[in-house]
Design a protein around this ligand. Structure first.
Ligand SMILES: Nc1ncnc2c1ncn2[C@@H]1O[C@H](COP(=O)(O)OP(=O)(O)OP(=O)(O)O)[C@@H](O)[C@H]1O
Length: 302
């Protein structure tokens, strides 16, 4: 459905590019989780797809056609639920949906049907007569979602849609987005919440400083990632551990991202030979957050 080939972008006067050779594919029925810390380039990527930024270098294609042509012929095939609230605060929920339906070219029976379907989908029926500015944070996001869905888009872009949302609405929004993909839409979901990406994404792209560091099915990414050995013991030092992998010290714990093919046994054998008593040892594959930290040497929430 969607294909990005070597997309690069530099904002005017910026000293570094915001995107560098980004290549990604999102088939129909797939949620691609775009994971990266602040400034990684998530919004820049989504702004290309929404048409807010023009391509400087590289290609974006929808079903093989250049995005620009698709947007010109059928702009409503792609919809964005942006980070900010995209509705008229003074208007009610129903009035907002009517205005955006008209702006999107819907009319007559189809317009009535789409407004009804989107109101139901976002479970906004009982708030139809409430002014948008009076809605809670979670309901505002749900109104954003309902508006974005009015034209029945085939590609949906979500940029941090759960920021400032209560846990109940957050769960609702995640389920709703997943069901859109199950109905056949292609979805890109940008977030720096790893647990959200784990909950809804079929595939994950880890973005940092404009580069895609890893892309693939979540299970596949984690199964290919390095083994992590976490140790607590007195008398450890980096020199002793560094031959086994990349070493980090955090508080009382040492973390060793083991070299490919290595297990914990040789490390523990060396410590025993040195007379070092291990108080705590934990061993396993990286989870998504640890994979991210191993790749970027920083936390998702930096
Ligand atoms: N209008 C702009 N002009 C210049 N530089 C910009 C502009 N917008 C973003 N940038 C820079 O481009 C890079 C990517 O920013 P972007 O907003 O795409 O990241 P992000 O992953 O969406 O971050 P966040 O999670 O904070 O929204 C950053 O270095 C940012 O400072």
């Amino acid at each position: 459905m969607l294909e990005l080939r070597q997309l690069s972008y530099r904002y005017p006067h910026a000293d570094k590019p915001a995107l560098v050779d980004v290549s990604l594919a999102v088939p129909k029925g797939c949620v691609l989780g775009l994971l990266g810390p602040n400034g990684a380039g998530k919004t820049t990527l989504i702004s290309h797809l929404s048409g807010a930024l023009a391509v400087q270098s590289g290609e974006i294609r929808i079903d093989g056609q250049p995005l620009k042509e698709v947007r010109a012929k059928a702009p409503t095939r792609i919809a964005v639920a942006p980070q900010e609230h995209a509705f008229y605060p003074m208007l009610t929920v129903a009035e907002n949906l009517a205005v955006f339906a008209a702006a999107g070219g819907l009319s007559g029976e189809r317009r009535r049907q789409r407004i009804e379907a989107c109101t139901q989908f976002a479970q906004l029926e009982q708030f139809a007569t409430v002014r948008a500015e009076r809605l809670s944070g979670g309901l505002k996001r749900r109104l954003n979602l309902a508006i974005a869905l009015l034209p029945e888009p085939e590609l949906m872009l979500f940029d941090e849609p759960t920021v400032g949302v209560d846990p109940q609405s957050r769960a609702f929004i995640l389920d709703a987005i997943k069901s859109l993909a199950q109905q056949g839409a292609a979805v890109i979901y940008a977030s720096h919440y790893m647990e959200e990406i784990e909950a809804i994404a079929d595939r994950v792209a880890i973005l940092d400083r404009g580069h895609v560091l890893r892309e693939g099915a979540l299970d596949e990414l984690l199964s290919k990632s390095a083994m992590l050995l976490t140790l607590a013991a007195d008398g450890l030092d980096a020199g002793m551990l560094s031959r086994f992998g990349t070493v980090e010290q955090g508080g009382v714990h040492w973390r060793i991202h083991l070299n490919p093919g290595s297990g914990p046994a040789p490390v523990l054998a060396v410590l025993e030979a040195e007379g070092i008593e291990v108080r705590h040892a934990e061993f396993g594959r990286h989870d998504l957050e640890q994979l991210f930290m191993a790749l970027t040497h920083r936390s998702l929430r930096d």
